[in-house]
Design a protein around this ligand. Sequence first.
Ligand code: ACO
Length: 432
Amino acid sequence: MTQNGIATLNLGDGKEAIELPVISGSMGPDVVDIRKLHAKSGVFTYDPGFLSTASNKSSITFIDGDKGILLYRGYPIEQLARQCNFTDVCYLLMYGELPNESEKNDFNKLVTSHTMLHEQLVKFFSGFRRDAHPMAVMVGVVGALSAFYHDALDISDVTHRELSAVRLIAKMPTIAAMAYKYNIGQPFIYPRANLSYAENFLHMMFSLPTEDYKADPRIVRALDRILILHADHEQNASTSTVRLAGSSGANPFACIAAGIACLWGPAHGGANEACLHMLEEIGDVSRINEYIKRAKDPDENYRLMGFGHRVYKNLDPRSTLMRETCHEVLNVLGLENDRLFKLALELERIALEDDYFISKKLYPNVDFYSGIVQRALGIPTSMFTAIFAMARTIGWVAQWNEMISDPEHKIGRPRQLYTGTVQRDVPAGYHQ
Ligand code: ACO
């Protein structure tokens, strides 16, 4: 981080001009450092939705939305998706480097040793209605982890932070799979130490006490890729939620529960579920134009799900990798002629040639194809966002840990532009 110039802000009315440092990071746009602006001038900046505001510095993930580039710790997502597995990526995001062979073994052993849940916590599930959405269960159960694993909640202690992070990464698949099993009325399947992260999740989802689920390695690889592609995405809404919750010193389990709640929304992690519903609703290639027309109509509050992104104004590199995985999975399963996949390919083709989508730089995002892959794997729609939460947990904990380790970190406390009634008095004689 280096100072690279001075920006001058002229507030008019004969007020003295304010000088603000311009700071460069290692890549990406410079920032104007406005931390002292209010103290120097008495004004705030106004930026709802953080369209022009860097809320923190970070060395974890880099996105160039105009070029369609995504890097985790400097490595391109394409290389990580093709050459690494999910736990390698977890290690990379957490510690900054890819693990060597012995670090890889130790980390896998460590994660595997924390996959079980406290048996009392397993009973917690029975407090939910059977038809509860898995994300509702996840918010509750992950928040409850702090009541069970409070032996390592001193966030000023590096080893406590590391243990809580590993517990979260390890237990998330168990919690997600249990939410599913509870929903469908099947007995919980406990995690196994001899399976990889993705394989273990498929085992807990699809094995029965009477029969083990044997996953095709290509299917395991597809799920592993979904997890890698969703692992982190710099300061998105749910990650910012985790950082804001954590900035007050709240424990990591409570912070991740807050992140899960934010992820649930259809403008964020809920988009993959919404996208599959949209494809089912369109139903046939012949109806695509009708839906494109609705998405373009300013009087209709309708959007094509799985299209558009706050940061990517070019192809989302994750959607290209996800489309590739979609082809592979459908081929493995003999579903090359899958109706929804064909519909999605055609919808993408038509939208990418349409002036509205071109001029607004709306491209398919990661969620456009991930729903089709997950559906082909036998994962029900209601579990899509839960799997996203499972994958994003490493990003959340890495970002939370980075924030807590930063000596400059402060409680997050945005200001506002007040537009309410000016000060007035309660009428004399007014009583309850
Ligand atoms: N379909 C049709 N029009 C769209 C779409 C879409 N999917 N997305 C944006 N637009 C239009 C908007 O109507 C707006 O038009 P206007 O300039 O005429 O008002 C313009 O494009 C810009 O849209 P904003 O909402 O201002 O862009 P923003 O950056 O705030 O939103 C978002 C990004 C939320 C992702 C948006 O594109 C969207 O709602 N997409 C659909 C939901 C989705 O797929 N979400 C997944 C995001 S990726 C993730 O979380 C992993």
